[in-house]
Design a protein around this ligand. Structure first.
Ligand code: ADP
Ligand code: MG
Length: 208
């Protein structure tokens, strides 16, 4: 996977977030402050502009720029968390021109670690970690099993989607939704839903 692949990923994310903007905002209206769709739409549109302006030459530089832009442009909890995720992935790739499936897996593990270091959420706390952690695990396993990249990314996307759906019955223990206590039960976590979009977009980029 080269720089062009990761640029395609960001394009796919921006399009998916634009299409799902109102849905994400509705999820956040139920257990938050109704800004998640708008936050991410603004952030990924800005990331695409930044990429068009700077034309980064490696996957690592591209992802660090995306992360920095998200931190700068997206307010709330999710901006710094997603920003850190992309920055950590980019840093893990160093200045390599190509990233192997195993390296992608390592980069996504670094992203997960960054999110957990910053947000201190564990699996089951009803956050983006509930989609991110199973997706990373599924990708690791698929790569270890020697599956084709597209199959490995399908497994990761499916695990993220399952993880997001599984947040519905949980009570939030982190972030704004945790202020609701038991009233957060019965709703899908918006950040977990957007993380599932990110992994579905990764699969779509690979299928291009
Ligand atoms: P805000 O909550 O500040 O309005 P957003 O609405 O953009 O920010 O994002 C909310 C999402 O951020 C939540 O649905 C959750 O997935 C994620 N989130 C919040 N706090 C944390 C945390 N400490 N660790 C991981 N994810 C978190
Ligand atoms: Mg919000």
């Amino acid at each position: 996977m080269n720089t062009q692949f990761f640029a395609a990923w960001i394009e796919e994310i921006a399009a998916a977030v634009r299409a799902q903007r109102d849905h994400l905002t509705q999820l956040d209206a139920a257990i938050g402050d109704a800004d998640h769709g708008a936050n991410l739409d603004r952030g990924f549109a800005a990331a695409q502009e930044a990429l068009a302006g700077a034309s980064p030459q490696t996957p690592g530089a591209l992802l660090v720029l995306v992360g920095t832009t998200l931190i700068r442009k997206v307010g709330g909890a999710s901006g710094p968390l997603y920003g850190t995720a992309f920055r950590e992935m980019g840093k893990a790739f160093g200045d390599a021109a190509e990233v192997s499936p195993a390296e992608l897996s390592a980069g996504l593990n670094a992203a997960l670690s960054g999110v957990q270091r910053l947000g201190a959420a564990a699996e089951g706390d009803k956050t983006m970690v509930d989609a991110l952690a199973p997706a990373v695990k599924a990708l690791d396993q698929a790569v270890r099993d020697g599956r084709k990249p597209e199959e490995a990314l399908e497994a990761a996307a499916a695990a993220a989607e399952e993880g997001a759906k599984a947040t519905v019955p949980l009570q939030a223990r982190k972030g704004r939704a945790s202020y609701l206590g038991p009233r957060s039960v019965g709703h899908e976590d918006p950040g977990a839903a957007s993380t599932a979009l990110l992994f579905r977009a990764l699969k779509a980029a690979a299928a291009r």
